[in-house]
Design a protein around this ligand. Structure first.
Ligand SMILES: *Cc1c(COP(=O)(O)O)cnc(C)c1O
Length: 379
């Protein structure tokens, strides 16, 4: 069986984990946490970052920092992971979901401004598959109305918008190191704070509402409870594992991009024949090879293709039920229909992509995809 995903282990994780055990400092905000944060800050030009236990946690921190109150509104795409919305719903926000673009799951920026009103507090662009949303335009809208921009950069490590790292462009950027992402530590995340107004409060919220970080820096002589917050910081074990991964970023990315290109060159002929589409990448965006996906011409074809691949021992995956159609939110959504989001929900298919996958296996997967479309003889 070719699995859909297989978390990659670089081999140096174990050495760093051993170091943590030897040093005996296992709780968070230690040496390895600082090294991961410094890595991010220097490599991706982020002024302040905090390691978290998940991207969900990073998003929750931004919801607190934004001062979202019950009834406030947040604009985001419907085609995204639950956490993007959940983090704000927990603060009582009303989510105004917008549609995806016709030719890409990223949100259609034209739909943002008509939804803005006095209750709008934040816009959350999601860089789907690591492909940038048009951040200059989104930031302009944010400035014009005084609304915060929070990038869901969960899939977007080492991807760029006009040369600038995703996650470094909005007021906040939220990354994930879940084991399905390019760089992983099982469960983990990072909050990038690009608007320094929030630096101090972010640290307090991160450390259970205490000013413990300032205390450790010697800025105050005792620490205590000063704000709301939670335990958003991971242990040093997680950070040590993550540092090993970050230090292999270039190797990991190089391999993923080769695999992505192999899919692309194998399937481009079938795309020309319009058997399915592969979303285009805008000129301002890069491709970090987070995911290789095709969009089938009908839900039926996608279902049949998944089964056909499975019969041939290949696990392909689809994801994201439009959140405006979800059990939890459909009654709270207004009446707008979001057809592109529904199209990607029903027709998008992700093919296996992970570091230990070989080019030979990709050739096999592509020829089975080809066989399927020949077999249904529709084309
Ligand atoms: C993976 C993902 C998340 C959640 O990340 P966790 O680290 O698992 O909390 C949020 N948003 C998007 C777009 C994701 O892909």
């Amino acid at each position: 069986m070719i699995p859909f995903n297989k978390p990659y282990i670089t081999g140096t994780e174990i050495d760093y984990l051993r170091q943590v055990l030897q040093e005996g400092k296992l709780s968070g905000n230690g040496l390895f946490t600082k090294k991961c944060q410094t890595y991010f800050e220097t490599r991706f030009e982020i002024s302040k970052s905090l390691l978290t236990t998940s991207c969900t946690d990073s998003l929750e921190m931004t919801a607190i920092l934004s001062g979202i109150c019950p009834g406030d509104e947040v604009i985001m795409p419907s085609y995204t992971f639950v956490s993007t919305a959940l983090a704000f719903v927990r603060q009582g926000a009303v989510i105004r979901f917008i549609d995806s673009c016709d030719d890409h799951p990223n949100m259609d920026i034209e739909q943002i401004e008509p939804l803005i009103n006095s209750k709008t507090k934040a816009i959350v662009p999601v860089h789907y598959a690591g492909v940038a949303c048009d951040m200059d335009r989104i930031n302009q809208i944010g400035k014009k109305y005084g609304i915060l921009i929070i990038e869901d950069a969960a899939q977007a490590i080492d991807s760029y918008y006009n040369g600038k790292a995703l996650g470094s462009l909005g007021d906040f950027g939220c990354f994930s190191f879940h084991d399905t992402k390019n760089i992983q530590c099982g469960e983990g995340g990072l909050l990038a704070i690009n608007n320094e107004v929030y630096n101090d409060r972010a640290e307090i919220i991160w450390e259970k509402g205490t000013n413990r970080s300032a205390f450790f820096r010697g800025q105050i002589d005792k620490y205590g409870w000063v704000d709301t917050g939670s335990s958003f910081l991971p242990s040093e074990l997680t950070a040590a594992f993550l540092l090993a991964q970050l230090e292999s970023l270039e190797l990991i990315q190089k391999k993923r991009k080769i695999l992505w290109q192999t899919y692309d060159s194998n399937l481009s002929d079938l795309v020309k024949r319009e058997w399915f589409t592969i979303p285009s990448i805008p000129d301002y965006a890069t491709n970090n090879a987070h995911s290789f996906f095709i969009v089938c011409n009908s839900p039926k074809e996608r279902t049949e293709l998944i089964h056909y691949l499975r019969e041939h021992n290949i696990a392909a995956a689809f994801h994201y039920q439009s959140l405006h159609q979800s059990v939890y939110y459909k009654d709270k959504h207004d009446s707008r229909i979001l057809p592109n989001s529904d199209k990607f929900t029903n027709c998008l298919l992700r093919l296996p992509l992970y570091n230990d996958l070989g080019e030979v296996e990709i050739n096999t997967i592509c020829s089975i995809v080809y066989d399927f479309f020949k077999l249904i003889q529709k084309y």
